[in-house]
Design a protein around this ligand. Structure first.
Ligand code: ISE
Length: 336
């Protein structure tokens, strides 16, 4: 049986998902592309040979022709489209964040828990990145003993002038909040967020975060969104008997003129292209098998909640305890 999938939103991430989908995902057909902007949906559908374009995402989600939904519309619309999918009983893969506030995420969690069925996957794509997967497997094997510290660096080339430190936390560092929990199979219990005093305004400033975990490890996260040189994500786990570090994902090093050089992608789409493809493939297989995969609605709630707590820490200049709601029974430990 072939699943009919709809992509909602065809901006940067929706367009990327739709292009990755076509030709790369066995067992599913991209049946509809929907966007509030009808012309944009039509243009992308034509480019990719997708049968239908729509300017009515809610009608598409409700359509009997659609088996599962990918939500990649603007962040502020995620909540409504995910809730509509859950209420229609359809599996939904939602780009991060699950919703823009933890209260809105919680409403999704509670609705899904009441329905008694895991339908939501949040697109924290790093969980499908081969390097992160290998790091998680090595940590889980225990061969290097317990993880004591996880150091994360997250750098973008340039951020718009209005991109505040809070946005660097809720839009960028939120990836580390999810991946740290998943890698370490642990929970983040307190956070201290700072920007360098030398930065006079929070617009464009790098952010430095430290977390305690429930098992007693430390996590550090640096987000620099005006790094200038390229898009780079680094991660290193310091364990009792050695360390595990993400290797440079570039394929070649160029050596010439007495220098060696490797290149960086301009943004996350290049760095995580494999992860996005594997995420779509794994999600379609999981939907066909009726098994949940990837970050759950609960994980999505936690990432947003931890980001909110980190913003409060930054505003109040003090360490904050992370005290989320109680995990509903539907959600076990984090999974693949
Ligand atoms: C962006 O929104 C993403 O989600 C990217 O994965 C991340 O690396 C980037 O920092 C964010 O701004």
């Amino acid at each position: 049986m072939t699943l009919n999938i709809a992509v909602i939103g065809c901006g940067v991430m929706g367009g990327d998902h739709a292009r990755t989908f076509v030709g790369n995902v066995p067992g599913a057909t991209l049946a509809v592309i929907a966007d509030a902007n009808a012309a944009r949906a039509r243009t992308l559908a034509q480019e990719l040979g997708v049968a239908e374009a729509s300017a009515d995402p809610l009608a598409v989600i409700a359509s009997r022709n659609i088996d599962a939904v990918i939500v990649a519309s603007p962040d502020a619309t995620h909540h409504d489209f995910v809730l509509a999918s859950v209420k229609a009983g359809k599996p939904v893969l939602c780009e991060k964040p699950l919703a823009t506030t933890s209260a809105a995420c919680l409403e999704i969690v509670e609705t899904e828990a009441k329905a008694g069925q895991r339908l939501v996957t949040v697109g924290y794509q790093r969980r499908f990145d081969p390097a992160y997967v290998e790091m998680k497997d090595s940590l889980a094997s225990g061969a290097l003993g317990r993880a004591l510290m996880l150091h994360c660096h997250h750098r973008n080339v340039a951020a718009p002038s209005w991109f505040t430190a809070d946005m660097a936390i809720s839009n960028s560092a939120v990836h580390e909040m999810d991946i740290a929990r998943w890698l370490l199979d642990d929970e983040l219990t307190s956070v201290d967020a700072r920007i360098p005093a030398i930065c006079k305004t929070p617009e464009g400033a790098p952010v430095f975060l430290t977390f305690d975990t429930a098992k007693g490890a430390l996590v550090t996260v640096e987000v620099t969104n005006n790094a200038a040189y390229g898009y780079e994500v680094k991660g290193e786990a310091v364990c009792e008997k050695g360390t595990l570090e993400l290797a440079q994902p570039t394929l070649i090093t160029r050596k010439a003129e007495l220098a060696a050089r490797h290149s960086y992608p301009p943004d996350w789409r290049g760095r995580f292209a494999d992860a996005y493809r594997l995420e779509l493939q794994s999600w379609v297989r999981a939907v066909a098998a009726g098994t949940p995969i990837g970050a759950s609605a609960w994980d999505g709630y936690l990432a947003t909640f931890i980001a909110e707590t980190a913003c409060q820490s930054l505003a109040g200049q003090r360490r904050k305890t992370i005290t989320p709601e109680k995990r509903p029974g539907l959600y076990g430990r984090t999974q693949g």
